[in-house]
Design a protein around this ligand. Structure first.
Ligand code: FAD
Length: 276
């Protein structure tokens, strides 16, 4: 019998990227990259066992610039469910962007930093009551809603979940297949609640998609008529994410209809996240 002691860490510990306790972040490994278009991609990373988040929240990701050793940090919404053992993100490529131009060149086994704390208030726990959850997104603003849509609790709380994803061109309608699979997921849409997916393509006129901006779809009542669901403060809870101008315009329109953002213990009916 070999009595020599094996002092190397157990396999699970070796595979986990554990930061030194004094650091604010963990070092994670890129597991996969999926390219949607030349400007859009998704990637998955390892996840520290201690990293917690509420669906809808974002992480701060860091990339080390090899030439200077400087770290560039950016906010990124988690697109994955909070019970998965990896993290998934959905990213734009900004030409010459300090973060994304580097990230877009990453390949599996490269490392990036993830702050230990997750952030943000684009979470359904800020709402009270409501029957219909409206998730209005533009571009990569879809990401937090993918996480929310994979939260079984949300499917217990609402009768209808409406996902609007607005993009310029049809090939930017990422995650269509995954969204279409949600109603078959045993933990999610189990017959009580319904998912209504509304793709919007503003620069192409296609038979199966709407082509009008989200703000006008609300002001003209197009969404309400199409779904036969009224938008009102009693039944509707709205979350908006992506382009700041879109978010601002939608906020104005909803404010005029009596919707409010929650503050200081008073729950509202709408919540926003701007990406820049
Ligand atoms: P920056 O110097 O950061 O941006 C340059 C310009 O690019 C901006 O001024 C703006 O005009 C444009 N831009 C930035 N982000 C976007 C975008 N997402 N879509 C279209 N145009 C953009 N980005 C993601 O791709 N996915 C996310 O899940 C995501 N989550 C975010 C969550 C929060 C709370 C915030 C505040 C931002 C989020 N962003 C997200 C934006 C992200 O933090 C960076 O801005 C983006 O990765 C670009 O970084 P950059 O250094 O390459 O360019």
């Amino acid at each position: 019998m070999d009595m020599s002691l094996d002092l190397s860490p157990p396999v699970a510990e070796k595979q986990m990227n554990v930061a030194a306790p004094q650091e604010k972040w963990t070092t994670e490994t890129l597991l996969s990259v999926h390219t949607w278009t030349d400007k859009l991609f998704s990637f998955t990373t390892t996840r520290s066992a201690s990293f917690r988040f509420v669906p809808g929240q974002f992480a701060r990701l860091g990339v080390i610039i090899s030439e200077t050793g400087e770290i560039v940090w950016r906010a990124y919404s988690m697109a994955s469910a909070n019970y998965e053992d990896h993290l998934e993100f959905f990213s734009i490529v900004v030409p010459d962007g300090a973060f994304t131009s580097r990230l877009a060149r990453f390949a599996p086994d490269d490392t990036l930093l993830v702050e230990k704390v997750s952030y943000g208030f684009l979470t359904t726990d800020r709402f009270v009551g409501g029957r219909d959850l409206w998730l209005l997104s533009s571009g990569t603003g879809l990401a937090p809603f993918l996480s929310i849509l994979h939260d079984p609790l949300v499917w217990n709380e609402y009768e209808n979940i409406i996902l609007v994803h607005s993009v310029r061109e049809a090939n930017e309608l990422a995650y269509r297949k995954q969204i279409a699979e949600i109603p078959q997921h045993p933990l999610l849409c189990d017959g009580k609640a319904r998912l209504h997916y509304i793709p919007v393509v503003t620069r192409e006129s296609l038979p199966e998609t709407l082509s009008t901006r989200i703000t006008r779809l609300i002001t003209e009542g197009t969404l309400e008529k199409k779904l036969d669901l009224p938008l009102n403060t009693e039944h509707s809870r709205l979350m908006v994410c992506g382009n700041p101008q879109m978010a601002l315009d939608v906020r104005e329109v909803l404010k005029q209809r009596g919707f409010q953002v929650g503050r200081r213990g008073i729950p509202g009916q709408m919540a926003f996240e701007n990406y820049w």
